[in-house]
Design a protein around this ligand. Structure first.
Ligand code: NAD
Length: 505
């Protein structure tokens, strides 16, 4: 069934599909093209944050399971079954893979919604299409990766090859379970590597099926493996593994720093990091369309329950338009998100991922109140049996408050006033993060200055959170050191080899 057709399902239909998929959901690891249980029988539960019920008891990996998965990936890499396959054959398999993902969209979508509470409509409109687009984009590039012949003295021939790195350990977060994983896995596979993926323990169900579909599409067993487990055990064992050549990580800045340590403590493996953010949006008084800007402001922080790395959580508003901005945000943003069962296609606000996440966000809200920010709306939870938090707006925030400094990862917006572009730049950059920023102005000179001076990897001008696969996505400063999505990402899963050939013997 097409994704458009799935969008016509009712709540009752989705509830039936959810039950069906849970009854048959796979809970073991996917290693070497087969499902395998944990060697020592380790298990952990995955919980539905919308009703706090246990969804499934999952196999939990320890060192032995990680060893097994890495050995399978190493064997597949060495065999050349994937890395040396003709580029167009590899492309065909990945194209077939995208078709299978589309055909299985119903199952994949419902598993992520159950696991982490994302509205099912977001799965169909955002996550699944983006997963397909990511694989397509990376596949399209496979036979365009080029080496080079360099300009040398005449009796030397020097060429540079681009080769895969080897075994890639991918560690992913729960906020877009399939998509954040495929942002790593697709370029790694396209470049000819083999992969061991460790999804977040809060959303372990869907990636198992995603890996199985790769094999159904003709991908050789052992090329794409998935183990589940607790970060401090399974993730750590993978990142410390001496037979993993690169670790690619998306998650918090705190754990991202550990990845660098693990690499240093083991085999100096390469480390790609996509970490947290505290993105500013700068609204200059000269902007042309306040209505569109305010709309982008509330969607930019409330979409996906605010559980977005580049969420526009700091709204910097120039003083002459401050009151009008706040008034409009309250009148339009307050009711823009409707909480409910995430399987209901009519709602757009699900629960946060866990009860702990809900408590964490509520503690940020308390700190905002204590530190003197003005709570304009929200700050509480709807009367639903789940880890929900209502969309929340604080105004009169200053950049020293905790709500302006730390990543809340929930639907909490902070509005900060400023006077003039210099102050805007100084507040925008006063953070350890540098993932993304929005800039709203109709003055071209101001726009270019803000693009140049804001320390972030992605800057949107007169828009927010737009883009396509050509766009490098990644951070400055402690938001990370890598770029996802783009050709640069694909190339980061390759390494150069220099062949210097003296022609005169
Ligand atoms: P997290 O850092 O807690 O966990 C991420 C992954 O790391 C999970 O798979 C987890 O099991 C694993 N992990 C945890 N501790 C570990 C350890 N000691 N050793 C090895 N692995 C370990 O992050 P999260 O809560 O899953 O995700 C939210 C964070 O991800 C936010 O900070 C968000 O900004 C960030 N994020 C960044 C991007 C980006 O592109 N920059 C995208 C999405 C999410």
């Amino acid at each position: 069934m097409s994704i458009e057709k799935l969008a016509e399902h009712s709540l009752e239909q989705w509830q039936g599909i959810a039950q069906r998929e849970l009854n048959s959901a796979e809970t073991r690891f996917f290693i070497n093209g087969e499902y395998k249980d944990a060697i020592d029988g380790g298990r952990f539960d995955t919980i539905n944050p919308a009703n706090r019920e246990t969804l499934a008891s999952m196999s939990a990996a320890n060192q032995k399971d990680v060893d097994l998965a890495v050995a399978a990936a190493r064997k597949a890499f060495r065999s050349g079954c994937w890395s040396r396959m003709a580029p167009r054959e590899r492309m065909d398999i990945l194209y077939r893979y995208t078709r299978l993902i589309e055909e299985n969209a119903e199952q994949l979508a419902v598993l992520d919604t159950l696991d982490m509470g994302k509205p099912i409509s977001d799965m169909l409109e955002v996550d699944i299409p983006a997963v397909i687009e990511t694989i397509q984009f990376m596949a399209e590039y496979i036979d365009k990766i080029e080496g080079s012949v360099t300009n040398t003295e005449s009796d030397v021939m020097h060429y540079v090859l681009r080769e895969p790195i080897g075994v890639v350990g991918a560690i992913s977060p729960w906020n877009y379970p399939l998509l954040m994983a495929i942002w790593k896995v697709a370029p790694a596979l396209a470049a000819g590597n083999t992969v061991v993926l460790k999804p977040a323990e809060q959303a372990p169900l869907s990636c198992l099926r995603m890996a199985e579909l790769f094999v159904e599409a003709g991908g050789p067993p052992g090329v794409f493996n998935v183990i589940n487990g607790i970060g401090e055990v399974a993730g750590k064992a993978l990142a410390l593994h001496n037979d993993v050549d690169k670790v690619t990580f998306t998650g918090s800045t705190e754990v991202g720093k550990l990845m660098l340590q693990y690499a240093g403590q083991s085999n100096m493996k390469r480390v790609s990091l996509e970490c947290g953010g505290k993105s500013p949006q700068v609204f200059m008084a000269d902007m042309a369309n306040l209505e569109r800007a305010v709309e982008a402001a509330y969607h930019g922080i409330y979409a996906n329950m605010g559980e977005v790395c580049n969420a526009g959580s700091r709204l910097l508003v120039e003083r002459p338009i401050y009151d009008e901005f706040v008034e409009r945000f309250i009148s339009e943003g307050k009711g823009a998100y409707v909480a409910g069962d995430p399987l209901d296609p009519k709602i757009n606000l699900g629960p946060l991922v866990t009860d702990e996440a809900q408590q964490r966000v509520m503690s940020f809200i308390e700190s905002g109140k204590k530190e003197g920010a003005k709570l304009q709306f929200g700050g509480d939870a709807p009367e639903l049996n789940g880890a929900y938090v209502n969309p929340t707006l604080f105004t009169d925030v200053n950049n020293d408050m905790r709500i302006a400094r730390e990543e809340i990862f929930g639907p909490v917006a902070s509005v900060l006033p400023f006077d003039g572009i210099d102050e805007a730049i100084s507040i925008a950059n006063d953070t350890i993060y540098g993932l993304a920023a929005g800039v709203w102005t109709s003055n071209l000179t101001v726009a270019h200055r803000l693009v140049r001076e804001i320390e972030a990897g992605v800057i949107w001008v007169n828009s927010f959170d737009e883009g396509d696969m050509t766009q490098p996505f990644g951070g400055y400063k402690q938001s990370g050191n890598a770029r996802d999505k783009c050709v640069e990402s694909l190339l980061s899963y390759t390494q150069s080899k220099s062949a210097w050939i003296r022609l005169s013997e």
